[in-house]
Design a protein around this ligand. Structure first.
Ligand SMILES: Nc1ncnc2c1ncn2[C@@H]1O[C@H](COP(=O)(O)OP(=O)(O)O)[C@@H](O)[C@H]1O
Ligand SMILES: [Mg+2]
Length: 764
């Protein structure tokens, strides 16, 4: 790559720094041109790292830029990040610029709004070398010293790196991984630890003082010692208050940070799982295996774990002091503590079995709940309330029983621990008193009292330590459950990898076969067809013949197929998944509309699009006609499940949403099948307009929507029966002719016919 030494040769003519005349080569007076230069410079460095940047991905959009607005460094960084590269905006001082290791060009943002590439530096000669688009392609780079650079650049720079190294988000989710999260906060944890040591020392003080008061002040009646003690106690009180505050504050911050990390990470992992994972598993199960378990892990990490660890610190400080005060009695306390620990450890295995059963029961329970809420329309309309209630009752009964059994065992442990704990606190008093009586004065009363006060503080951390072991068992189970979901193979091993070509829209399937995981027969079997850019292909076939599978392969939802799926001759497996999906428009039979305004739903968060784009897309899809009649127009709010819209309206919105970013390739999978004939006719009438300039794949079991297609693909049990235009197929393909005749009958016949047609085509 470009290093100082290799550029020295090219730069020989310019070993002296550029004068004021030459630096003005770098300034551009037109802000729009300057912004363009800046973006091109960034794109050049991105290309150096193997990524293509597209202006359309820039958060502010091309329109705003044409009006002279300049994207902020933060926007630029976000823009670069979208291509999968690592980028950072920084303000660099001259010293850093001349000494930094230049593995790749650094983008310097110039004052005039343009940018230059820092391609070489030399600390000895105190020079940097820049490239700027104002220089001709054959000109040597410009050598600048500190002053001449300061004239054009304030030191703002953007650093870009290729990020391929495995980072935390790639590592498998496990208890160790979670522990790593806490370790990342090691500085704050160390401070918490120090505060705790100081605090425990402070808690030791009062008992020791009591001892001093009893042994010194009372026995020798010395007033000066009392004054000194009062001062000490006062100081201790104040620092105890402050340290306690600091400790709680630190715990709060560490807890919140770990919590945030955990949440971000888990959600990101979930989103990376392939679609078929969500299809194979119920939403309720996935939720109870991740969301609920994660909140358990979080509670443990930020609550009990921290608190118990801090208690342990107290223990470490206390034990030596206890032994110093009363070695024999300390021995008794320690034995008691060991007994408690042993009791809890003994119950741990049966306990974890019961806890596991309880967790499973809870998972089943929430599964029923989510499913019921999700399918409430169906449940109500089929009057299935009683069945759901019975399932719920059974789950509740099982969960309750499992919980009671786990609790019963915990209670038993408690019952064994209580007398030991009580003895540790009160029994020692008796032993101590006996020792004081029988040893005539060798046991000082003051130290005995101090011991009593301190030993009470030992039992509690020990008990919570033992309880912690129980909790760790629970967290281990929770982590295992969450890991079963989160450690599934992600959709793309590296979300940033892959080509990002500009699609023309030529599609081709070459002997493609695909079986769903666990299926006995292939969903597609040697399917071949190809489409020229800008043409339309209709896909027909019975239900289950593999029509949707074709569209899913195109979207990269199912990737591991045999044969070759390609766009513009590029193997789909080599294309970046996000890029692929951003460049497709897809409309399904059932489309999910998000909570938000109609405008937001059409734009769907795509960067750089405006209301004008939404209106244009709505006009193309035929949605504008009803949107404009709504009182709030494009700002009409859509509730969850969009109850305020009809099926046809929802569908037209979904088509607008798929069209708004003007995709080269559009996929309609039974998009009009659920519509009433009138709306369907309306959408079909728009299809010709929509198809202009696009490659379009239309799946439908109603042939009427496909007659106009350039080609029609007839599928049966995953095989291609025939491909060709409608007129050819009617003549040559028996199955197609049969379907067509049925449809014609349907058109000609009276009301009783449609149901027959539907069943005969769907093969149900
Ligand atoms: N997610 C899936 N998991 C397992 N099998 C599936 C899945 N989706 C579809 N199939 C099976 O694959 C075959 C083709 O399905 P599909 O492409 O959806 O058919 P169509 O869209 O023509 O009705 C069917 O036999 C179906 O049972
Ligand atoms: Mg289908």
């Amino acid at each position: 790559m470009t290093s100082a030494s290799s550029t020295q040769e090219q730069t020989r003519p310019r070993t002296t720094a550029a004068g004021p005349d030459e630096t003005c080569l770098l300034s551009v007076s037109d802000p729009v041109v300057a912004t363009r230069i800046r973006l091109l410079a960034i794109a050049a460095v991105a290309r150096f790292h193997g990524a293509e940047l597209h202006l359309g991905d820039l958060a502010m959009g091309e329109l705003a830029m044409a009006e002279g607005a300049a994207p902020s460094p933060a926007m630029l960084v976000e823009w670069i990040g979208r291509s999968g590269l690592w980028a950072k905006a920084a303000r660099l001082r001259w010293r850093q610029l001349v000494t930094m290791e230049l593995a790749s060009p650094v983008i310097l943002l110039l004052r005039d709004g343009s940018a230059a590439l820092l391609i070489a530096n030399d600390a000895k000669r105190n020079r940097v070398w820049l490239r700027h688009s104002r220089l001709g392609p054959n000109d040597p780079p410009l050598a600048l010293d500190e002053q001449s650079l300061a004239a054009v650049c304030g030191g703002e720079a953007i650093l870009i790196r290729t990020e391929r190294a495995a980072n935390r988000s790639e590592a498998a989710f496990s208890l160790g991984w979670v522990a790593g999260l806490v370790r990342m906060e090691s500085r704050a944890m160390r401070d918490v630890g120090l505060a705790s040591i100081a605090l425990s020392l402070l808690t030791v003080l009062p008992p020791l003082m009591v001892m001093a008061v009893i042994d010194e002040v009372v026995t020798h009646q010395s007033l000066s010692t009392l004054v000194l003690l009062s001062l000490l106690i006062g100081t201790a009180l104040i620092s105890e208050t402050l340290l306690g505050y600091a400790r709680r504050q630190l715990i709060l911050i560490v807890g919140a940070r770990v919590d945030a990390q955990l949440n971000l990470h888990v959600f990101q992992r979930l989103l990376r799982l392939p679609l078929d994972y969500f299809e194979r598993n119920q939403a309720g199960t996935i939720w109870s295996m991740t969301g609920q378990q994660i909140s358990k892990i979080r509670e443990f990490l930020t609550g009990k774990l921290l608190a118990t660890m801090l208690d342990l610190v107290t223990l470490l400080v206390l034990l030596p002091i206890l032994f110093y005060l009363q070695p024999a009695l300390s021995g008794v306390v320690l034995i008691g503590a060991c007994l408690i620990t042993a009791a809890i450890a003994g119950f741990m295995r049966p306990m974890s079995r019961r806890v596991k059963r309880w967790i499973d029961a809870e998972a089943a329970k929430s599964s029923v709940m989510v499913e019921t809420l999700h399918g409430i329309r169906t449940i109500k309309s089929l009057a299935l309330e009683q069945q759901q209630r019975d399932r719920w009752d059974a789950c509740v009964a099982e969960a309750t029983q499992a919980k009671v059994e786990a609790g019963r065992l915990g209670n038993l442990t408690q019952m064994i621990a209580t007398p030991i704990e009580g003895f540790m606190q009160r029994g020692v008093l008796l032993i101590g008193a006996y020792m004081a009586l029988s040893s005539d004065g060798s046991v000082a009363v003051g130290s005995l009292v101090a011991f009593m006060m301190l030993s009470g503080r030992v039992a509690q951390p020990l008990a919570s330590l033992a309880k912690l072991m129980e909790d760790i068992e629970e967290v281990r189970t929770a982590t295992t459950l969450a890991a079963m979901v989160l450690n599934q193979k992600p959709e793309a091993a590296d979300p940033a990898a892959g080509l990002r070509p500009q699609f023309q829209g030529a599609l081709s399937f070459d002997k493609v076969s695909y079986s769903y995981p666990g299926a006995s027969s292939p969903a597609l079997n040697g399917v071949s067809f190809s489409m020229a850019p800008g043409t339309t292909l209709g896909v027909v076939g019975r239900s289950g013949s593999g029509k949707s599978t074709v569209t899913r392969l195109l979207q990269g939802i199912a990737r591991d197929c045999a044969g070759l799926v390609s766009i513009d001759g590029i193997d789909l497996r080599d294309v970046n998944l996000t890029h692929l999906r951003r460049n497709l428009g897809v409309v399904l039979q059932e489309n999910f509309l998000f909570r938000g305004s109609i405008r937001e739903n059409i734009l769907a968060g795509r960067p750089g699009l405006t209301l004008a784009d939404a209106v244009a897309a709505a006009q193309l899809s035929g949605a504008s006609e009803f949107i404009e009649r709504l009182p709030n127009g494009y700002e009409t709010f859509i509730e969850e499940g969009s109850p305020n819209l009809s099926g046809g309206q929802r569908q037209r919105l979904a088509i607008a949403r798929a069209l708004v970013h003007n995709p080269r390739i559009l996929i309609l999978d039974e998009a009009t099948s659920a519509l009433d004939p009138e709306t369907e006719a309306l959408v079909n009438a728009n299809l010709a307009r929509i198809a202009r300039g696009r490659t379009m794949l239309i799946v439908s079991h109603r042939l009427s929507s496909l007659v106009e297609c350039d080609q029609i693909l007839v599928l049966d049990e995953g095989r291609v029966l025939d491909v060709g235009p409608h007129l050819e197929l009617v003549l040559r393909c028996a199955t197609y002719r049969q379907l067509w005749q049925q449809q014609n009958r349907h058109v000609a016949a009276t009301r009783s016919q449609p149901a027959n047609l539907e069943t005969s085509i769907q093969g149900a």
